[in-house]
Design a protein around this ligand. Structure first.
Ligand SMILES: [Ca+2]
Length: 325
């Protein structure tokens, strides 16, 4: 390898522009094994390897993954997403896609404002869909990021399956540094499992087709158990004793009635028989406590962070108010 690098450097110094230290992902044993598996699923093994030979290792992707995890508290996190401008952008998107959004609510049972809030938080209604080549991002993380290599190698394999299924040019697909694509930022395995052809043109296009993207976000939430009868979150008091750790993952397991019997105040009477959890947040003025339902949990299937789920919840409420829903 060292000799190869040295030769490459010499050659490129000679003005031939051969890349120094190319990733050579097509030669990696994990990739050869992946190509074998994909061949059993009807893909052309040589084509897979050809595409992998074009995949680049992106240090910017590794750096983004290694950046210290955001330890923002709710009081800092909230203002990033709960903004008047984002609500206005939701309203413009709604005007363009009203029929699709309403059809998604009717057919899939997920409220218009929740679909809008997810797409707003993920990509600002398609404005920030990501500028990394998904192939490069997933190859880099699957082959040169040992901490989560198995997961991302699986996503890379899904990317190839997706390319075959939807007839996509893999070398053109753009996404986030973690390989999430389109209006709703679906990773390839989610795209394969939950994307729907909502305009029935024969393709599931989450990248350039807002109709498919809207239907697919709704379908993702529906398949994870969204229930129109539940609501999402409601403020409660006298609830600190029910919270083991502030701003941590939730687990809906006690009914509203049980929590009320433990002294929690303010649980909506309609929730007395529903499984709930209490979420504690560091708010701008004081600690906040919220009773949250299964729907809140469903939003955390989209992104594990309870702060993310609360941002989606509150943005959806602002959007509903703005649109008179
Ligand atoms: Ca379609």
């Amino acid at each position: 390898m060292r000799i190869f690098l040295l030769i490459s450097v010499i050659v490129s110094l000679g003005g031939m522009h051969i890349p120094v230290a190319s990733a050579n992902y097509a030669e990696r044993p994990e990739v050869l094994a992946m190509a074998d598996r994909l061949a059993t699923k009807g893909l052309d093994r040589n084509k897979v390897l050809k595409i992998m030979s074009e995949a680049k290792r992106l240090d910017s992707v590794i750096n983004a993954m290694n950046r210290p995890a955001e330890k923002k508290e709710w009081k800092e996190y909230r203002p990033i997403f709960i903004k008047k401008a984002r609500v206005k952008a939701a309203a413009s998107f709604y005007i363009k896609h009203q029929d699709t959004l309403r059809r998604a609510e009717t057919e899939l049972g997920v409220p218009v404002e929740v679909i809008l809030a997810i797409i707003g938080v993920e990509t600002y209604y398609g404005k920030n869909k990501g500028s990394f080549r998904a192939l490069d991002a997933l190859a880099t993380l699957g082959l040169d990021y040992s901490k989560r290599a198995k997961f991302f190698l699986g996503e890379l394999e899904s990317l190839f399956l997706l390319g075959k299924e939807e007839n996509l040019r893999l070398t053109d697909l753009k996404g986030s540094y973690a390989g999430a694509m389109g209006f709703g930022q679906f990773i390839p395995s989610s795209y394969l499992a939950y994307a729907v052809d909502f305009d029935k043109d024969g393709h599931r296009d989450l990248i350039d087709n807002p109709v498919d993207a809207i239907g697919s976000v709704a379908n993702y939430l529906a398949k994870h158990g969204w229930d129109l009868g539940y609501g999402i979150a409601s403020p409660v008091s006298n609830a600190a004793a029910q919270v083991e750790r502030m701003e941590s993952r939730i687990d809906v397991k006690e009914t509203g009635r049980e929590l009320t019997s433990k002294g929690v105040e303010g649980i909506p009477s309609a929730w007395s028989e529903l499984p709930l959890d209490v979420l504690g947040l560091y708010g701008a003025e004081k600690e906040e406590y919220w009773a949250v339902t299964k729907n809140f949990y469903v939003i955390t299937r989209y992104n594990r962070s309870p702060l993310y789920a609360m941002a989606v919840t509150q943005l959806s409420e602002d959007i509903a108010k703005e649109l008179g829903l």
